[in-house]
Structures are given as C-alpha cells and as structure tokens.
Design a protein around this ligand. Structure first.
Ligand SMILES: Nc1ncnc2c1ncn2[C@@H]1O[C@H](COP(=O)(O)OP(=O)(O)OP(=O)(O)O)[C@@H](O)[C@H]1O
Length: 677
C-alpha cells in the first residue's frame, strides 16, 4: 500500500474582457521531486473610506497551473495521462473538475465534441489513449466497460439508458440509480448500466449519447450550464494471455461537477434556483468530506451525506490515484469564487489516499476475460484453418495443373504431328501441282495452236480417248467415240482441268484402270493424230468450229466456237500463246517410250506390261520407280544437262499416272529431290 496525495492542478479560463481581469501572477518553484506553481492574486485597491481587513494578496500552491494560453492536449497529458498509466497497472483513478459555474469544467472535461479535435477535452482523449494502449499490448486481453451517471437534484440517473430516455420524456419517470453496500463494504449501483465496448468508436458513441442526455440550462453565468454532477466511469479488466494468475480490474472516474453559484449575485429563481441549491448542498457535503479527510485522527468521514460523496468514496481518501483540476475564472467579478475554489483545492491537496494494487478475482469479470481470450483463440484457429485450407487447395491445384500440363503436352505433340503431316501434305500438293503443270506443258507441246492450219472437220477422240493419257483422263466418259469440240466441250475441259488440279491423284487412280496399250500402238496412233493435228491446225488458229456437223447446224441452233477457243485451249493446257514452243517432232511419243527401252521389266511387245506395272504394290513398286529414276539420272548426267525435255517430264508423268496414293508420296519425294529444282 502506498500513501498518495491528491494532486491538484489549476486552469485559468481566458477572459474576453481584459479590463475586468483580476490582478494575478503565476510563479513556478522548483522542488526536489517535482515543480510547484503558485498563483498570486492581488486584491483590488482598498477603500479609504472605511477599515478593510481583507488581505492584500492571496497565494495558492498547485502542482501545476495552466495559464489561459494552455491548450486541451497539455491539460490531458499532465492531469489525466498519469492516471491512465496507473489504471493499466491496476490502480483505481479519478480525475475531477471543480470550480464555480462557467469557469470551464465541462470544457476541460468533455470539450466540444462537435467541434475540431483540438477542442476535445480529457474524456474523449482518455478513451482514445486507452484503446491505443490496448492495441499495442497484444499479449494481454482487455475488456473495457463504461457507465455514465448523472446526479441531478440528489438523484442518480443513467445517461446511457437509451430506451428509457426515448419512451419517457419526464426525468422523474426515469429509473433512479440506487446505492447498495454489501457486507464487505463494496458499493453496488442499481439501475446503472455497464456497457462493454470493443473499440474507441463504440466508446465515443456512448459518450456522445450521454452528453446528449445531460441536463443543461441557460443561466446568467453560463448559457449552457450543467445542472448536474456527471461521473463517467471506465472499468478496465486485463489478463495476460497464457498466464492464469495475472488478472487486474481497475476503474477510472472522470467527474464533471456542477458549478457552485452565489445565488444572491445572479438573482436566479425557479428551477434554476432549486438546482443551484442542490448543487451547492452536494458541494458542501463534498467539502465536508474533504475537510474531514484533511484532519488527522478523524474516525468518521461523512461519505453517506450525499450520493456524490458516496460514489466518490474510493476516490477521496480511499484506494485511488486522484487528480483534481480547479477551474478558475480570472474575472475581477469572480474574485471571491476563485479564492473559494483555490481554498477548496488547498484542502484537497492535503488528502492522502491509500493506494494499493487491485488484484481481484471476480468470477464474472474473469469469465468475461476468459471469453475474450477464447474468442481470440477461436479467431486464431479460424485463421489457421483458413491458411490450412488454402494450402490444401493449392496442393489440389498443383495436382490438377500437373494433369493439365500432361494433357496439354499430349495435345501439343498431337498438334505437332498433325502440323508435320499437314506440311508434308502441302508439300505433296505443291509437288503435284508442279507436276501437273509439267504434264500440261507436255500436252501443249503436242497440240500447239500454230500447228493448226485449216478449219476442216476434226475429231480427236482417238488421241484423247485411247492414245494420249492425260486427255483421256480429262474425258473419263470413255463411251463417246467422237468428240466434236463445241464451246460446251471446252467448258467441260475447263471444269475437268480443275478436277485434274484438285484431285489429280484420285482421278489418275480411277482412270488408270482403262485399257493399257503397247508402246508401238501408242506411238503410231499419237504420231498419226499429231500429223492430223498439224494439217488441221487452222482449226484453232482461225477460231472456227471443229465439228462440220455442228458447224453446219450452227447456222441454225448449235453454238459456234467462239474467238476465245484458242485461249480456252491455252488455259486448258496452262500456257499462254507466247510461251508455246514449236511443234515437237512427230516422234515425240516414241521418245517418251524410248525411255523405257532398257527397262527389262517392260516388254515392248506386251501390251499388258503397263497394266502389270500398275499391279505392283508397296516396296516393289517404289523400287521399280527408284530404278527408273536412277536410270533417268544417269541418262541425264550422260547428256550433261538437266532433265528439262518434255519427254523427261512425261516420264515423271507416266510414273505418276500409275497412281497409287501410298507410292505417290514416295515418288514425289524422289522426283522433288532429283528433278524439280
Ligand atoms: N480554457 C478555455 N478556453 C476557451 N473557452 C473556454 C475555456 N474554458 C471555458 N470556456 C468557455 O466558457 C464557457 C463556459 O464553460 P463551461 O460550460 O465549461 O463552464 P462550466 O464550469 O462547466 O459551467 P457550469 O458549471 O455552469 O456547467 C463555454 O462556452 C466554454 O467554451
């Protein structure tokens, strides 16, 4: 237990009217453990007319005097902050403001909540500071509870009883706060709600509600005079986490007393007068208690005389660290009241409280703290569970993505192989196209338009159908014996040409099934027809009809060969007129088949050899072609010139015409590598 004197501070309220300000001075004296301030008030000039025994000056000592220029923050730090620190150490504390009406008690205690931050008083700053400290102490679990009591005309009311205040308009109808004392001497306040708050905002909200419910009136001394004593109590319970025996519970009272009034000075009447009487009476009882506490060997302290003293019993002479703020008016008009307040303060300063650490084990509060601790632990468990779950889901995701990656890898390799295939197919297509161009050029070599000399009737069905293979393919219709080349035929040739280009390998396959022939027959027939063509070359050159029948009929209904015939032919054969080469020698076809001469596999006499050739399949066929191609290379090398002639091309063509999709690819590859540059 420590003996602790009540510390008394003074705050001087600034006066607007400087002329009427009393004559005062503030002095500071250094002492061993702390500084001490002195307020020296000089008496106004004495009257010379009569004897005046009043002292010429008054000297009052305070722990600290806050002059008119000192702001709210400094007052809070010096008056309330030490009590807050003690509260967290487990000591009860009280800060109370005392002074005459209008001297600035409410301003210092609460301040103006609606105005700027610098106007807020000790109370809101205390709330803020308490929650700041709580925030910085994560290893201790705290509970904060609040109550706000108003003592009006000696009756206690709960300022935070929102429901009652809403439904009942008359103060008399509200439930009154009553004091009960148990056998241990502990005070219990009935009908005073204790509100647990979790954060600063909740506490501030309650403070605001209490301030709104407070009774104020306009008086001659103060336009918003508090007509009651108000006690805002903060109960702080603390428990160190993971430590069973450390449990503290302490409370801090912040008291804004109603101001004393000199009734005769203000000429007040009615309710205000009644209120003033109650205020003065309760302050009188308070003074009595203070006086008794200041006297040594006093056995009885009259706490029970008033509700205010009963409630402040602990704060005055009990187990509490108490600081008092004496609010002083420096107006000359209030000289007496200021001196009275200072005297009261001097007496209070004599009181020595017995301060001891409160290590109570109240089941209910401890349970509350354990609940708080449990809540925090539960929160932690939830957090950890959340982390665990997210970790698990991350693991699941890893598996899922692994599968996905494998699947994608498969798809990519599939796509790659498809891509390669497509590229190969494209190459094959391109090669086929090139080959088909070569074939067409060969055809043009045989049918150059400048070889046609007259416009006689002409039928090329034998060349087309039997002798000249590519054209025979163009005309799959093997049934017609005589082709009269009318415009529609040429159109058909054009269409067929498209077919040849697009589905060459298929068409070749299909049409290669027609009858084969011997080289001799083929050569003779082609030569014959080519000679015919030479004699008939006017047919195309002069753009006349090639069918006498049609031509004759053309006088009436049948269509004539148009001027575009040679062009169509050229288109058909894939060459423009200027690029046409001179007529090949009549034995062109013979040359073509000469290339097969040395090939043992082909018998010149056997008409069915070509057919036999087509019957080869797979490797046999490829080997066969390989041999042929190699042979061709040798021939070409012997000639010391690249393989350019149409007969060479026709040789390739012949290979192709044998048509076998499987073999086709291989052949094309070979051809491409060796002949197509
Ligand atoms: N230090 C100060 N600085 C500026 N204004 C002040 C100061 N002290 C008091 N006031 C102003 O003086 C007026 C009266 O102050 P306040 O209401 O706090 O007095 P009070 O002592 O609580 O009076 P009452 O006992 O009648 O309630 C208010 O308008 C308040 O803003």
């Amino acid at each position: 237990m420590v003996k602790n004197s009540i510390r008394v501070y003074a705050r001087l309220k600034p006066e607007i009217d400087k002329i009427s300000t009393m004559n005062y001075q503030v002095h500071r004296r250094r002492r061993k453990h702390f500084d001490e301030d002195f307020l020296v008030i000089s008496a106004p000039q004495k009257s010379t007319e009569y004897i005046d025994n009043r002292p010429e000056s008054w000297n009052f000592s305070f722990r600290q005097i806050f002059d008119v220029t000192v702001g709210q923050e400094d007052v809070f730090i010096n008056v309330a902050r030490p009590v807050i620190i003690s509260l967290f150490d487990g000591y009860n504390g009280t800060v109370f403001a005392y002074g005459q009406t209008g001297s600035g008690k409410t301003y210092s205690t609460t301040g103006d909540l609606k105005k700027f931050d610098h106007c807020s008083g000790i109370l809101p700053r205390t709330i803020r500071n308490i929650f700041e400290i709580i925030k910085n102490n994560s290893n201790i679990s705290y509970t904060v509870e609040l109550s706000y009591l108003e003592i009006y005309n000696e009756n206690g009311y709960d300022l935070l009883d929102q429901k009652q205040r809403q439904v009942t308009s008359r103060l008399e109808d509200l439930p009154r706060v009553e004091i009960h004392e148990d056998e241990l001497g502990t005070l219990h306040l009935k009908n005073l709600g204790i509100h647990r708050v979790k954060n600063e905002q909740e506490a501030m909200d309650l403070l605001f509600i209490g301030e709104t419910n407070r009774i104020t009136s306009e008086t001659p001394m103060n336009p918003r005079s508090s007509r009651s004593h108000c006690i805002f109590t903060i109960i702080l319970s603390s428990k160190k986490l993971n430590c069973n025996n450390s449990f503290n519970r302490a409370k801090m009272h912040l008291v804004d007393l109603a101001g004393s009034e000199r009734v005769y000075k203000c000429a007040i009447t009615g309710t205000i007068l009644t209120e003033a009487k109650y205020i003065n009476l309760s302050l009188h009882y308070l003074e009595q208690v203070i006086v008794c506490l200041g006297q040594e060997n006093t056995s009885h302290i009259p706490y029970r005389n008033s509700l205010l003293t009963a409630i402040l019993r602990d704060s005055l002479g009990g187990n509490c660290i108490t600081n008092m703020l004496a609010n002083l008016s420096i107006s000359a008009f209030n000289l007496e009241e200021t001196i009275s307040t200072c005297r009261f303060a001097q007496r209070v300063a004599l009181i020595r409280n017995d301060v001891k650490l409160i290590l109570k084990k109240e089941m209910k509060t401890e349970m509350d703290l354990l609940k708080v601790e449990n809540d925090e632990l539960r929160k932690r468990i939830d957090e950890l569970n959340g982390q665990l779950e997210s970790q698990r889901s991350a693991e699941r995701n890893v598996d899922y993505y692994k599968d996905l990656v494998l699947q994608r890898d498969k798809e990519i390799s599939l796509l790659n192989s498809n891509k390669t295939k497509i590229t190969e197919d494209k190459i094959i297509e391109t090669d086929k196209l090139k080959l088909s161009e070569i074939i067409e050029k060969c055809i043009v070599d045989i049918f150059p338009d400048d070889q046609y000399e007259d416009g006689k009737n002409y039928s090329i069905n034998n060349i087309i159908k039997n002798n000249y293979y590519p054209l025979r393919i163009l005309y799959h219709d093997t049934n017609f014996d005589s082709i009269s080349l009318t415009e529609s035929h040429f159109d058909r040739i054009e269409v067929q040409k498209e077919l040849l280009n697009n589905e060459l390998s298929l068409d070749l396959q299909t049409n290669s099934c027609t009858t084969g022939m011997s080289e001799e027959t083929f050569t003779n027939t082609v030569d014959t027809h080519m000679n015919k063509l030479i004699s008939q070359n006017k047919f195309i050159k002069n753009n006349v009809s090639i069918s006498p029948v049609d031509h004759q009929k053309s006088n009436s209904d049948s269509p004539k060969i148009s001027f575009r015939t040679p062009r169509i032919l050229r288109q058909l054969f894939g060459m423009e007129k200027k690029s046409l080469r001179p007529l090949s020698t009549p034995n062109t076809s013979t040359k073509i088949f000469k290339s097969f001469d040395d090939e043992k596999l082909i018998s010149r006499d056997s008409e069915s050899e070509l057919m036999n050739l087509r019957k080869f399949t797979g490797d046999k066929k490829i080997n066969f072609y390989k041999n042929l191609i190699d042979k061709k290379i040798r021939q070409s090398e012997n000639k010391q010139k690249p393989m350019e002639s149409h007969s060479d091309k026709n040789f390739i063509h012949q290979l192709l015409l044998t048509g076998d999709p499987e073999v086709d690819k291989e052949i094309i590859k070979l051809c491409k590598a060796k002949y197509l540059r």
